[in-house]
Design a binder for this molecule. Sequence first.
Ligand code: SAM
Length: 227
Amino acid sequence: MHRHEHHRDQTLDELRDALSAGFWDERYGGADRVWSGRPNQRLVEQVADLTPGTALDVACGEGGDAVWLAKQGWRVTAVDVSEVALGKLAAHAEDEGVGDRIKVGFYDALADPRPAGRHTFDLVTVSFLHVPLPDFPAIYRGIARAVAPGGRLLVTAHHPDDVTTGARHDHGPGLMFEPDRVLTTLGADRPDGAWEVEVADTPVREQATPEGPLLVRDTVVRLRRRT
Ligand SMILES: C[S@@+](CC[C@H](N)C(=O)[O-])C[C@H]1O[C@@H](n2cnc3c(N)ncnc32)[C@H](O)[C@@H]1O
């Protein structure tokens, strides 16, 4: 059975350390890809019915999502705290023939929660950026500000159920989150607010592991900014 041992909760400083350039540059520093290079299933599902325009991929990593979006016709800006990851992404984009459709940029969510200054996009997507609870509102509000009127915000994350089922451990309480946290943080739970809730779901998928397939649950939120 795939079950993680209990880990002690980490302090806020330790959790923030795991959001630093040094931590992620080291993680991405090896010769191989850390992630699969393929796009996230939830992104593929949620973008299928959208007309390509401008997209911002926040915490893009090596760019499986960004490269896929570019191939679908989106003009992509991809940002991350790890310059090492951004370098790999740029190389991957060139290899795939979409280098001219993707711009990369440095973004440290803890230093400035707005990922692209004053620029706005038709689609802002953020996959698996888990931040300490006290930092969540500023970071996710900052990310949401990059959505243009009529544009979409897509948030994909690990659901906290995965800790109780033993599918993965959570180093500190609150890193993983349910759709509600996104909705209440952005005021999308208010019918007269700035956002229309298009998707707020917690679907399960099968993930391959060395021990065999594992069922994991995602948080998927897709919002449209009202014009
Ligand atoms: C779990 S990975 C997800 C990568 C990618 N979105 C994906 O789904 O494959 C989390 C990403 O967040 C980035 N990250 C971590 N801390 C960050 C920060 N303070 N600001 C911006 N990005 C950060 C990491 O470099 C890493 O690429």
